[in-house]
Write a protein of this length. Structure first.
Ligand SMILES: *[C@@H]1O[C@H](CO)[C@@H](O)[C@H](O)[C@H]1NC(C)=O
Ligand SMILES: *[C@@H]1O[C@H](CO)[C@@H](O)[C@H](O)[C@H]1NC(C)=O
Ligand SMILES: *[C@@H]1O[C@H](CO)[C@@H](O)[C@H](O)[C@H]1NC(C)=O
Ligand SMILES: [Cu+2]
Length: 676
């Protein structure tokens, strides 16, 4: 939410590199560079988008610009023919802009250099916020007389106040203006200002007018002390814990993967990796080479984090509205950080940059937005020891190495570590790490024994409450298992009670497959029984007759605890089930809806899916929501050690047998200049 320094840092990068280029770039659209049809928009293309839109609109603010991907058959046909004929489908951009206080959805054809369509959005809600408008909103209280009086009344120094913007959700009203709430914090020698809220004040900012239109100073609460809030190494007092010795990953022959544009090849995997300002990393066209069939087999057409719902559980005036949809309101990609070599990613990592559009339409770069690295963490790929045979004991062990694609997004106080990990076994493992700073509420309490009321959280330090909240991450997983036409199977493990004369057992379980016919068959709440979930290709079987498939192995099970008719739960309606399956539809991308800030939840996965369309033997999309209920604990203060969760997509009768049987142990690395 506060992104002041980064917005201006990104802006500065832009100024130095792109303005100079602007002139000749406009005349160099017909580029000879070979694109992949799913490549994200280049800085040149982003400038082209800005130029084309500015021809018909003088005063535009750009809230989202991204690739409008070609239709799936066009991409697939390009993929199978591009060696022969390099023509890629038309490059199109999709833009969400604010023009004269209206939201526009604009499509631009970059290949023909024209605006294809420009339509005013008349539905509920507003687009992604820009850094620039958040920065402007955050500065308003500092010159607003009632706020200055509130600061003085509390005996605080105005020069030490910093403010942050919060989207306001929707609570049943009809049409509201485009507003934010701004909440302020006290720095005064601290850097971890999120631990030091100036509680009791609510300022409402009208973003179109860019002024404060509502203000309420309701109660005085002490600002939590700065002591113990700093997380920087340079300010910690000794003793330090120095017990660990150094370690590194050393690949003298370089990494085993190659990156060609945005296409990545590693071991048996091949996939396309793009950056999107809303979703962050987008994995496309993941396929795996099957040596037995001597062919590259399709696994996943597209995978990305579609929405991230973070409702807080505090009902007071200053807090009740905090029910964020981070992807659609703040942008997971937009909030991504340049990764720090040797800290965010290991020594053997390779980095990639990403580009997004600033409010004025100019492109900006996030350098090192992704890192890719091979992970060897001492794990075992498979093994067996066989002592029972005559002669020597057989021990066969293979070590596990995988490929990780990482991005870190800092959405205001929280840091989300997003890892897509590819394994030689055919598994794709997604891990989300939560770190960063809790959203803290100032409190009068300094000890738990004083508390006689509902405080909606945990007292973490004196005057410092960590408010209860959830994180629900909804993933769009368009699996194309060996082709487009797939089906979803729920395998229920059913207990069977028996009473047999000749067998002493009383029970066992059996696996019963249910093939989902329509969307309602595939709406699943996890944790209610033992089941397995598969996406299969019902048109293809293994030699022994099993459907070729991939299995979803869910992570920690968390389901929403809010009432179904509560407004934030309507907006976050995609969390009602942990699993959904929809027929592929290019426009159904964002589980919380396309335009979600102050939206009414009328464009969510829950709404699309209520049509109960057919999903059997069709191109289908699996939606999985990973949830965390977060009751803060004292260890989360002043910065939270990473808490991780995730899920796996694992081959299930996809291969004829163990696909890593013939993986050879890599050659042992010789350390240079080392005598041992
Ligand atoms: C541009 O539009 C914003 C609102 O969308 C308005 O506040 C501003 O005055 C406009 N600027 C110009 C130069 O028209
Ligand atoms: C906000 O700005 C608008 C237009 O500039 C003005 O009409 C309105 O009175 C302002 N509101 C406040 C509270 O200053
Ligand atoms: C695709 O999804 C959108 C939004 O749910 C819907 O309006 C449209 O009719 C769908 N298209 C098809 C072909 O089902
Ligand atoms: Cu949390």
């Amino acid at each position: 939410m506060i992104k002041k320094s980064e917005a201006s840092q990104k802006a500065i990068t832009m100024r130095s590199s792109f303005r100079i280029l602007l002139f000749f770039l406009i005349f160099s659209f017909v580029s000879t560079h070979e694109f992949h049809p799913l490549d994200p928009l280049t800085p040149n293309e982003l400038i082209q988008v800005q130029t084309l839109i500015k021809i018909s609109h003088q005063n535009v603010s750009f809230h989202y610009v991204g690739l409008d991907e070609p239709k799936k058959p066009e991409v697939l046909s390009w993929l199978s023919n591009h060696q022969l004929n390099n023509k890629i489908p038309h490059r199109l951009a999709f833009v969400i802009a604010r023009i004269d206080s209206k939201t526009h959805e604009i499509f631009v054809d970059l290949s023909d250099n024209l605006v294809v369509s420009d339509k005013v959005y008349n539905g509920h809600g507003y687009p992604l916020l820009t850094f620039e408008e958040q920065t402007a909103a955050n500065e308003l209280p500092l010159t607003y007389a009632p706020f200055i009086a509130s600061v003085e009344k509390r005996g605080l120094k105005l020069s030490e106040v910093i403010c942050s913007s919060f989207t306001i959700g929707w609570y049943g009203g009809k049409r509201t203006k485009r507003v934010l709430k701004v909440m302020c914090y006290y720095i005064d020698g601290a850097v971890n200002f999120y631990m030091r809220p100036i509680e009791g004040i609510t300022a409402t900012v009208d973003l179109d007018e860019m002024n404060i239109t509502g203000y309420h100073d309701r109660l005085m609460v002490p600002v939590p002390k700065a002591d113990g809030t700093d997380y920087r190494e340079s300010t910690q007092d000794p003793p330090f814990d120095t017990r660990l010795k150094g370690m590194t990953v050393f690949q003298p022959d370089g990494p085993s993967f190659t990156i060609d544009g945005h296409s990545v090849r590693w071991a048996n995997w091949e996939f396309h990796l793009a950056f999107d300002m809303r979703a962050g990393p987008v994995i496309s066209l993941a396929s795996i080479y099957d040596p037995e069939k001597d062919e590259r087999r399709r696994v996943m057409y597209r995978g990305y984090l579609s929405e991230l719902f973070v409702p807080y559980m505090d009902l007071t005036e200053e807090w009740y509205y905090r029910t964020f949809l981070d992807a659609g309101e703040f942008g997971i990609g937009l909030c991504a950080n340049p990764l720090k070599p040797l800290r965010d990613c290991p020594e053997n990592a390779v980095f990639m940059d990403g580009y997004f559009t600033m409010q004025d339409g100019k492109p900006a770069k996030i350098s090192k937005v992704f890192c890719l690295f091979e992970r060897y963490a001492g794990d075992i790929l498979w093994r067996h020891t066989e002592p029972a045979l005559p002669g020597d004991t057989i021990t066969e062990v293979r070590q596990e190495t995988s490929l990780v694609v990482r991005m870190v997004s800092t959405v205001g106080n929280y840091d989300y570590i997003i890892d897509w990990e590819f394994k030689q076994t055919g598994t794709i493992k997604v891990t989300i790490g939560l770190s960063g700073l809790l959203a803290i509420k100032g409190s009068v309490y300094t000890h738990k024994d004083q508390i006689r009321e509902e405080i909606y959280g945990t007292l973490l330090a004196e005057n410092t409450l960590g408010v209860h909240h959830d994180h629900f991450l909804s993933f769009h997983l368009d699996l194309d298992v060996d082709g487009d036409a797939n089906s979803f199977i729920k395998t229920n493990l059913e207990p069977v009670h028996v009473n047999k004369k000749d067998i002493p057992r009383k029970s066992y379980w059996r696996a019963v497959n249910q093939m989902a016919k329509t969307e309602s068959d595939a709406k699943i709440k996890l944790g209610l029984g033992a089941s397995e979930f598969l996406v299969v290709n019902p048109n293809k079987k293994t030699k022994v007759g099993n459907y070729i498939g991939y299995r979803l192995i869910p992570g920690s099970v968390s389901s929403p605890l809010l009432s179904e008719d509560d407004f934030e739960q309507i907006r976050g309606g995609f969390t009602k089930y942990n699993l959904w399956v929809t027929p592929y539809n290019k426009s159904e991308k964002w589980a919380g809806g396309l335009i979600v800030d102050q939206g009414h939840g009328d464009d969510t996965l829950a709404i699309w899916s209520s049509r109960n369309r057919k999903i059997e033997n069709k191109d289908i999309v699996l939606w999985y929501t990973l949830g965390f209920h977060h009751v803060p604990h004292q260890e989360d203060f002043p910065v939270m050690p990473t808490l991780s969760g995730g899920f796996e997509l694992r081959p299930a009768n996809f291969f004829e047998h163990n696909p890593v049987l013939k993986v050879k142990v890599p050659k042992q690395v010789k350390w240079p200049n080392c005598t041992k």
